[in-house]
Design a protein around this ligand. Sequence first.
Ligand SMILES: [Zn+2]
Length: 415
Amino acid sequence: MQTSPEVLTRLNSDIDRDAGKAQDFFVKMLRINAVNPRMGGPGETDRADFIQTFLKSEGFDVQRMDAPDSEYKHRVRPNLSVRLDGEERERTLWFLAHMDTVPEGNAELWRSDPFEPKIEDGKIYARGAEDNGQSLVSCLFALKELKRLGERLPFNVGAWFVADEEAGSNYGVKYLLEHASFRPEDLIMVPDAGSPSGTDIEIAEKNLLWLKVITKGKQVHASRPMKGRNAHRLGMELALSLDENLHRQYPKRNELFDEPTSTFEPTKVDPNVPNVNTIPGVDTFYFDCRVLPDYSLDSVLSDVESSLEDFRSKHSADVSLEIVQRDDAGSATSPDSEVARLAEKSIVRMTKKKPRFVGIGLRTVGNFFRVRGIPTAVWSTVDNVPHEPNEYSRIASLISDTKVFAAIPLLAGSP
Ligand SMILES: [Zn+2]
């Protein structure tokens, strides 16, 4: 199947002509507060209803797969999907975007109302404008334009607009992976990370591991250290030796990643004593580890355990380890996979830019698909201001990303 250049030109001008409509829809959607209910917000329900109504008015048959959530006032969390049928019915290119947002944070830091979008200098300012509103609207309009274009599609093209990404995806993507039918042959696009230039196609993520280490000593008055055991000193020593060991044991570089090594960072410490003149009896520190997919977290954990064991026997200290979070990375999506190649081709054709493939230390829902062996590309054009005050989306990126998404299926089969 080959799409003629005229079709792409027509698609391009259709999307330009509808730019005002897309912007209008975007503004109305951002006005509907969809802060995740686990973060004190009203949740996605009203926003989902608004999106569903719009899709229906555009002639789409909207499927809903609501996830039961007994803690939520509406009892279910909405997930919406639409699909255009292609020649090959067994395979679908799925776009995935999330409807929920984080709260506005400190309201004084906003120059405008986070739930009343403000347009200035080609940008739309509102909570959720970048994360993930822009891409949701781009995917939605890409489908709408493909539908109107009426060209034959090589495979199905669909979108899922999901709940709960900001609080772990239990009622969104994780639920869908149990109940909806994704197939290993599907092509998954997750536009929930990206770069300002729009040239970074993310195909790999690091393993994620959060550790908590508790060291116990004996609390006494600071004037008599000999009577006690300073857990803070022991903890500091342990943190430094762990830091050194991990960096020495996991030195590999992988140039796909912007940060090409595994990272092991001591981050949080729990408060110990409230006053200066007491020697703390307990010390608690945490490590944030982002490990290249070249290594397994099992081996990292067993090395951490043996470092702790060495420390215990050397100092006869009481040390324990807790895993706060563990999220293994799926294997990287190949740059030669169809989804990666088509994304690359579409970016070149529609934006005249030369993309590159990258890995990131962040976690996106793309990893849930990679873990299941489904090739997944993560791409969008964003200035990377998610969760910040005065979060915004560039209208030009909204429109050009729509073009890239819409052209992807039309470029299958072309050289
Ligand atoms: Zn997001």
